[in-house]
Design a protein around this ligand. Sequence first.
Ligand SMILES: C[S@@+](CC[C@H](N)C(=O)[O-])C[C@H]1O[C@@H](n2cnc3c(N)ncnc32)[C@H](O)[C@@H]1O
Ligand SMILES: [Zn+2]
Length: 373
Amino acid sequence: MKKVKEGKAELVLSDKVFFNPQMELCRDISSIAVGAYCRELGRKMHLVDGLCATGARGIRYGKENDCIGKVEFVDMDENACKLAGRNAKLNKLKSYKVHCCHINDFLFHNRVFDWVEIDPFGTPLPYLQSALASFRKEGMLSVTATDTAVLCGAHPRACLKNYGATPIDNEYCHEIGVRILAGAVVRQASTLNLGVEFYLSLSVQHFFKLFVKLRAGADGAVAGMKKLGYISHCPICLHREWRFNPPLLKEKCPKCGGKLMHAGPLFLGELWNARFLGCMREINRQRDYGNKLKIDEILSLMEEEAGMPPTYFDLHKVAEKVRKSPPNFESFIEKLRQKGFKVSRTHFKRNSVRSNAGIKDVSSVFYHRTNFQ
Ligand SMILES: C[S@@+](CC[C@H](N)C(=O)[O-])C[C@H]1O[C@@H](n2cnc3c(N)ncnc32)[C@H](O)[C@@H]1O
Ligand SMILES: [Zn+2]
């Protein structure tokens, strides 16, 4: 049988059990997040590796962080359960149990966890309700979605069916997709009287990942619901605006009269917790992952994004619209800052900026290039 080493884990693989080596980056980031959450919790953590397959996540989380009390591995495939058990033993995991059953059966009947990992094929929606219901007072939900094409607008009907939301296939569709997923978490959490705080929201390669802190309480649940709304986008002039639970959406772009496209309902609130990201960066520095530099870059970009408004401007797209060549990226940022605007880069896309400036101010920088390039 084939063996691989990933992080501190050694894993036996099998043709009958799913393992995607390309998800190493996702597992690295998640293991660091477990470490950061341990620090917040300040005690041993009880963790569920739901949909565990080889057990790669639970084993890595347990071996790479010294704060894991017990790991529950869950998979409904017998081959996966056997392999996860074998791998847990091989890696000398101290306290663990393998449950060969449907993840929803497991989570609905056990309510004691600090961290629940949901890493399915495609959409996590069928497992969200049980995962959320498994937290007693508070906990962390770590959820992956690999149906990014659906969330990014390639299949709007599937998005409406699965997420109850309309996407837009535009230059910031990845952010819209992440916000639609986040909105689905908020809505389901609210029905269980849970408030949510997004600690980290990631779009990279072909997956989305959210780390969501849940806290029991009606006030938090209502506050989350109030942050749901719609993003309206004008494909003619690139104007965009967002509204919290609006009674009516505008049909026409207020800038150029073009027909607006609407995405939502989605989450318009904060997608990152800067303190948590800072803690993750510190932990990453102490690890020797092959992805260390890449992870630091992603986390530092997110630190910039925290506190910034929704949507970003893709400078190539703006350049096309204003019929000018794209400016030097760093100089562009500097110029927009000089005009008094807040500007950050975004991990979602290269050569794109997040800002409280509107499309008019962003475009104006393209017209006054001589003094900065
Ligand atoms: C994408 S793989 C998990 C990958 C793994 N977390 C990793 O990082 O390598 C999804 C796993 O979920 C299992 N699965 C699918 N539906 C399930 C369900 N309803 N309950 C429990 N396990 C399920 C499959 O057998 C498969 O092993
Ligand atoms: Zn317009």
